[in-house]
Design a protein around this ligand. Sequence first.
Ligand SMILES: Cc1cc2nc3c(=O)[nH]c(=O)nc-3n(C[C@H](O)[C@H](O)[C@H](O)COP(=O)(O)OP(=O)(O)OC[C@H]3O[C@@H](n4cnc5c(N)ncnc54)[C@H](O)[C@@H]3O)c2cc1C
Length: 411
Amino acid sequence: MSENTTHPLPDGVVIVGGGQSAAVAARTLRRKKYTGPITIVGEEPHRPYQRPPLSKEYLEDPEASVDLLPTDWTQAQDVTVRTDDRVERVETGPVVVTSSGDRLPASAVLLATGGTPRTLGGATGERIHHLRTRDDADRLRAALASGSSLVIVGAGFIGAEIASAARAAGVEVTVVEAAEQPMHRALGPDLGRVCSRLQRDHGVDLRLSTGVNSLQETAAGVVLDTDAGQISADHAVVAIGIVPDTAVAVASGIECDNGILVDASGRTSMPGVWAAGDVANQDHPQVDGRIRVEHFDNASKQASVAAQSMLGADTTNSDPHWYWSDQFGVNLQGVGQPHPGDEMVVRGDLGSDSFTAFFLREGAVAAVFALNDEETVGIARELVNMNLTVPLTLLTDPERDLFEALEGAAT
Ligand SMILES: Cc1cc2nc3c(=O)[nH]c(=O)nc-3n(C[C@H](O)[C@H](O)[C@H](O)COP(=O)(O)OP(=O)(O)OC[C@H]3O[C@@H](n4cnc5c(N)ncnc54)[C@H](O)[C@@H]3O)c2cc1C
């Protein structure tokens, strides 16, 4: 692809980080007919790959595909992918400076550096696992094959997905959670109980409202010290969230506060530099303030918006975020972020194997969470997007077609 000096961004685009946002930004730039140079600089030894399968298919089967940007595509599209190279900072210009000593001038830079798993008091060891990278997943898979017991700290989605894969591999699993229910803070007690039920029905020893004091590796395994006693296992996984990786932004003097601060188009405080994905703390019209989201769909949307903004388009990311989790043979999906004061109404039955819960704020649909109900979520995404008030009888009656709500809104 030849350089097009009549096009915006004549000096090219450098994308820092080789994950979901990086891949979508590169694809969007080419889809929008940008013909200048694109370079992705990633610190991992792998070409860009997807993370969601790492706690699902790929954890069970190393042959499962995780590719994000196949070599055929990057060659055909003339996108340069540099692996094993860490970016140190961005200087005014902007110029991207890598740890290998290269200086890469660019017309626009995207920071898509993701996040790093939180540790439990800094505990590390061969038998203490975190799950963020492909290498982490390979190590954990080997641990599940060799060990017969696993203790997981954190009953969020990633902890639950690992528990699910471990149970499928015949491993005894104990999950320790500080909150009174899994996902309690995000979804409230009723949906938390649904998540608990899923785990316990599949043989997980789920210990709720249990604080953790320390985690130590021993010669034979690990010992987790909790406020309800000690738990020993062959291996441990710490799944207590991530810290946004702001190192490059901080070293570059870019404004950060729980992530890199960006506007609704992804612009940072440094001219010519955008940020997207798990690291970006975005000014978001739907939440009346800022939000930093750690989900795949958000990383993709923010990257697409940032790439279009680089090309001069007046685009913003205003969609409510959407996410999913696959665990214990069921599919969970959510849209938007419930607030503590929201009223929850349910289409179906929380005790069944398929339902959708709607969170109403001032009567309008503000957030949704569903179990095995993909079809309803598809429509619910639009209801949240439009902040629509829907008659309760229509919302909660599974026999009625929810499309009526959209048709009603259109008339
Ligand atoms: C195990 C797992 C399962 C998940 N499952 C789901 C799911 O089911 N549904 C869902 O919605 N979301 C899921 N997610 C979340 C989703 O994968 C993330 O939201 C998404 O990957 C974020 O993309 P990103 O581009 O912001 O960051 P990442 O994909 O994390 O990519 C960031 C990359 O930048 C690199 N990097 C960092 N600093 C530098 C530097 N200085 N120089 C060069 N490179 C650097 C990192 O090494 C990393 O490779 C999951 C995440 C994990 C870890």
